[in-house]
Design a protein around this ligand. Structure first.
Ligand SMILES: [Mg+2]
Length: 371
């Protein structure tokens, strides 16, 4: 397929409430919708950095610049036979992983639509429905946190994940266990702890949590291995896993027993698939995380979540959990803790062009010279 046109739309959708974790807070969700056209078919991707370097060094501004100045010009008018060949081209270009993901995931959607099959099948998934879990950010008090968790858990989510930071941890989880009983539960520290906090995790061991997600900072793989050796609960890595090479290294060191895969962080669906497969080969179960992305990015995570080694509920939640609105139709819904994937070709959900226009803050279009 020869890429004839690329359209970029920077959208900004207000959040229902500010999202707060150990590294900061945001009130709006930025995303860049990447539409790639070839042979009269359009594929859609999403580049989904949070504003203000929230989880990453990639920002909406850096992704926009790299898409406009580097990736779109390099891909326009080009022809490749497979996603892997497109990835070879993309890998040689100076751009961040969030930027790359926008274009790479659009190419996957384009390919699925060209073949007339759902994206999840193109990726090798077999289940048309997956389980969803609730994630609750940091609040000022234990009571506020529990109230937020209670409100959403009533919708039937399959497990509860609570964000923690030093000083808001053991008491919070003790109270949550008391309030929610034996529901599957775990904590996500977003790298806020150091090995000196070992005692916190020793105490948390008492609460039968499914995992400790990213207790230590991303680069601290040796320290994470030491922590894992000294606690009973499995350590799950998220921020650490920027590539399949880092996953391999972490696995060799014993730094994790569970992996949280983020499509944006690893630079697209093919890399995410490689991380999934490397985990499977090493007996490390994984699950699909979110940034969270808008609807297009969320639908991609759901598609990958249908793969065999994704053994825990995804972080993808009902779109209304985070956003006042979204850019796909129908809106992504979790019903009794389950997300059902439409059998339509491509993503399954359709981009809502009217909503994309409504929330647009910038747009740019690039057309190839006629061949
Ligand atoms: Mg996380």
């Amino acid at each position: 397929m020869r890429i004839e046109r690329i359209t970029l739309t920077h959208v900004r959708v207000p959040l229902v409430e500010p999202f707060r974790i150990s590294s900061g807070a945001v009130g709006e969700k930025d995303g860049i919708v990447v539409a790639v056209e070839a042979d009269g078919i359009t594929g859609y991707g999403e580049s989904s950095p949070m504003s203000g370097s929230f989880y990453s060094t990639d920002t909406p501004e850096s992704c926009w610049r790299e898409l406009c100045e580097t990736l779109a010009p390099a891909v326009l008018g080009q022809e490749r036979a497979s996603i892997s060949e497109w990835n070879c081209l993309l890998a040689g270009l100076p751009a961040g992983n969030f930027t790359r993901t926008g274009l790479e995931t659009a190419l996957w959607d384009l390919e699925a639509r060209r073949q007339g099959i759902p994206l999840y099948r193109l990726l090798g998934g077999t289940r048309a429905a997956i389980e969803s879990g609730l994630a609750v950010g940091l609040y000022d008090t234990v009571d506020d946190t529990l109230r937020a968790a209670e409100r959403y858990m009533a919708e039937g989510y399959k497990r509860l994940k609570l964000k923690i930071e030093p000083g808001r941890d053991v008491d919070l989880i003790r109270a949550a266990r008391r309030a929610f009983g034996p529901v599957p539960m775990f904590v996500d520290a977003n790298g806020a702890y150091r090995l000196e906090h070992l005692d916190v995790f020793r105490q948390l061991d008492e609460f039968e949590l499914m995992m400790y997600e990213q207790p230590l900072a991303g680069p601290m793989l040796e320290e994470s291995a030491e922590l894992q050796a000294r606690v009973r609960t499995p350590v799950c890595l998220d921020e650490s896993l920027e590539s399949v090479e880092l996953l391999e290294r972490a696995a060799s060191l014993g730094s994790l027993r569970i992996a949280n895969i983020k499509i944006q962080r690893v630079g697209g669906l093919e890399n995410a698939l490689r991380v999934h497969n490397a985990c499977a080969a090493r007996g490390i179960p994984c699950w699909m995380g979110t940034m969270p992305e808008l609807g297009i990015g969320s639908a991609q995570a759901v598609a990958l979540g249908t793969l065999g080694n994704c053994r825990f509920p995804t972080d993808v939640e009902s779109c209304r959990r985070w956003f006042v609105d979204d850019i796909i139709q129908p809106l992504l819904e979790v019903s009794d803790g389950i997300i059902e994937i439409p059998e339509d070709c491509g993503l399954g959900w359709q981009p809502d062009l009217e909503k994309i226009r409504k929330y647009q803050v910038a747009s740019a279009s690039f057309e190839a010279a006629k061949s």
